[in-house]
Design a protein around this ligand. Sequence first.
Ligand code: FEO
Length: 384
Amino acid sequence: MEIRKITESITGVGVRDTQIDLFEGIYDVPEGMLYNSYVIKDNLTAVVDSVAENFGAEWLENISKVTDKVDYLIVQHVEPDHSANVKLLTDKFPDAKVVASAKAFDFIKQFYGADYSDRRVVVKEGDTLDLGTHKLRFVGAPMVHWPEVIMTYDTTDKAFFSADAFGKFGELEGDEWACEARRYYFGIVGKYGAQVQELLKKASALDIKMILPLHGPILTENLGYYLGLYNTWSSYGVESEGVAIAYTSVYGNTKRTVEKLARLLEAKGCPKVAVSDLARDDMAEAVEDAFRYGKIILATTTYNNDIFPFMREFIADLTERNFQKKTIGIIENGTWAPNAAKKIKAAFENSKDITFTQTTVTLKSALNEASEAQLERLADEILA
Ligand code: FEO
């Protein structure tokens, strides 16, 4: 990836990964990933974070176009997509000091066997690093997305280096940001809403002119939009009016019922119905939709006297991410002993502020007159 001058002193030296199949071994990234890294050039020069394993040579070449000396390597986050080439840089620049939290040094040792005892600068919340004109202040951000994370605020350029926060899959900018940023957020950080709220509180006390994340585009305009979305997401609020429907279907009857419900909802004025087939569509897309809207319908088959496997996985994806403050309606199907609704309700028993609709649609194999009436009632209730 070409280097990018961001301010007089800050240059992006990250890389683009177009070959990756699954990010973090789980997420589809059809548009690839950016691993951002930054050089802050001053009397003393700092590099902020490294890049993923396969891109060390390209990264060093990018750095060499900007500076021939490195005084500090700031490691904000030790997940290997950002730390895999720390040692490459410290070998090339033996005088460079490594700046990170105490826990980050533990993790660096675990991953790479290096402890940097003779060249480490341990920093925590509120500590500063003076590069000359640029004074950097560190912001603790545990669990956004790992416990060792520190973020960095450049008080001179008002630039906030936000580690994984405000990152996204792919690299599209502008209006497209929210789509892949939301899937990234709920997939990767969704569980840690409380910690993101803490971070937003700290960020609100800073005069931020630009956000420089480790993935995706640099954000320089309309920052209130991005901060507002992060506030909604991390407080498990409703981002968009509408209904998300997630379903599994074995022989097509549950699917036909879902399609009928979607038409009913739209006819009754629902502004958006987002339907996901959990067996075939991207699970992470279904997860982001479940968090995006305030109301969801789960439609599934009873299977081995439990919930059909893809739905079971989906519900676990939600509950382990602290899914809360939602209304859920259920469509269950079972030829001789439909039992999925009971199992679904039990699966959410430890989730906060979940309301189930009064109406549950029970199919015994296929829609009939009685279940059609239930479907109509469910549509009215979920829209009420
Ligand atoms: Fe981009 Fe949590 O690593």
